[in-house]
Ligand binder design. Sequence first.
Ligand code: ADP
Length: 664
Amino acid sequence: MSVVSYFTLSLYISALINLSSGYIFILAFHLNAKKRFEMARIIAVVNLNLYLIVMNYMEGLRAGEYLLYFPYFLVMTLVIDVKKNFTELKFVYLITIISVLICLNVSPFENYYQVRIAGMFARLYNSNLAISLTLTTFFSYFIFRVNRDNEEAILKEKHFVDTIYNTSLDGVLIMDAEYRTIIGCNNRACELLQIRNKTEIEGTPIEHWFTSEHINLFKSIEMKLASHQARDWQGELALTSNEKTFFAFVNMVPFLDNNRRFLKISILDLSEIKTAQFELMKAKQKAEEASQAKSRFLSNMSHELRTPLNGIIGTSNLLLQEEYLADQKSHLDILKYSSEHMMMLINEILDFNKIEVGKLQLGQEPVDLKKFLEKISLQFGAQAHAKNIGFKTDIDDNLDIEVLTDETRLNQVFSNLLSNAIKFTHYGEIVVVARKIFSTSQKATIQFMVKDTGIGIPANKQQEIFESFTQADVNTTRKYGGTGLGLAITKKLVSLFHGELQLESEEGRGSTFHFTLKLSISENRKRYINEDKVKHLCMFPGVKVMVAEDNAINMSIARRFLTKWGIEVKEAYNGKQAVELFGQNKFDLVLIDLEMPEMDGITALGEIKKINPAVPAIAFTAAVYDDMRADLLRKGFMEFVPKPFRPEDLHNKISILLAANSPA
Ligand code: ADP
């Protein structure tokens, strides 16, 4: 429009300036569309300023071209985002003010350079004024619209945040940290504190809302938060309102707003949880009391039953020894069998009860494990043979040790397992296995097993049968008798020994019950060697052996045997002494304990081998572990003798090593 009007007035230069400026604006639009915003803005601003300076100069100030600066200032605020680019806006303002100043100073009042037409300035002025007013109105309205939209968006956002705040299940109180008063709260807080209107809480001191005991705690937390010792706090506090007190899980977080400190206090009501906890505690107490009453009853009853039962058993025994009619024998046998069976049941119940209330404690007496297992096997072997089933033992040779344990209770474990095995096996065999898995001089880890080839236990019953009064099959009682208490007791007994009774079984093929115990080895050194077994063994005349062993008793036993076999013995009581002694003498063989003070056996052997690499060495050790032989061979030993040693074993190994080492 301007270009056309300039042509009608024959203002061709102005029309040309308008056109070029228009083209440059199109370029700026293009750059804007290509997302090169900054370049587009620079071009637009420079273009507009240059346009206004040149136009004002070419037409003279009287033409009123400078009036376009008004809408231009408005456009700037619109185009440049005040919040994000305030510096840029200031910069553009500065350029524009400079351009206004240049324009006003440089431009003449009237310029007839292009044409001289009467009334030209008035027409130009009027049209510029009209354009300026239209653009100013348009941009003002536009700015007003943008502001209104922004405000609406802000209100919507606030409404959204308020909804979240007020629908939260946590009550929220906002406290002014300086004045210690509540400045706001959400709806849930009003509900919890039983307030109808938020104004009832706003402005009140925080002390109003916590119990007197907890307000002190609250203050100390506040101090910690204020001194930045903690970033937030969480815990239980008691709140109070309208004389009602309730426990809440409270969460406190400080925050800054406009340089003022606030505290956000979130409250989660715990009343229901607390009530449930209280009810649970009461129920637990009741259950414990009931269980104690049951235990007391069981224990009293079984004691009471035992007295008359002893009478019945005694009398039936007496009757069986006295004269009776032939057809009374079967009755007396039933009487004897039934009363004894009943006594066994009562004993089981009593035991079970004792274990349940934790009254059963294990004794610690020295037990010869091998003898113990042999004794048990003898007893149950006879029962198995009577039923025409095989009975075998598979006991580790190394089990010739004495351990500290409770023989009676261990016996009870085996008796239960073996009587079950015999009861539920109809053909095949029963095997008792005992294996030393690992040992040191103080402890031995032993695995025990009772295997049978009986009816087996279905997989879905394998857990259940360890529970009290449970049997694998509902017909068991009728077919085999029993109470279903035996395994429950056995499992508990094994756990008293710090073991775990485990089962592997396949229905129709048999069952294996096994458990592993770590038992203390008895210090009783009499068991260190089984002298009964020492037979007359051949002599080694002229052979010289060094024994390195820190324990005096072990040393004396070793010495006794070695000298008995005609060996000359030199003694070292630690690794260092052994190395020194070896350096001073010539030995045919060395016997070295692995665990010694100052220098252990393996290091000592390393040193000894530096002096004489060919000397045969036997390790003397209380430890037993997997691949021990291979491990010791790698470390330079040729043999090992486990402690407590069997003399024949030691003799045998010495003679093999001496024969191998002697010149042919
Ligand atoms: P009881 O033998 O007095 O019934 P237990 O607690 O000793 O009670 O055993 C529970 C159940 O476990 C037995 O009734 C039987 O079904 C099953 N059971 C136990 N040992 C064996 C076994 N060696 N072979 C097969 N079933 C067994």
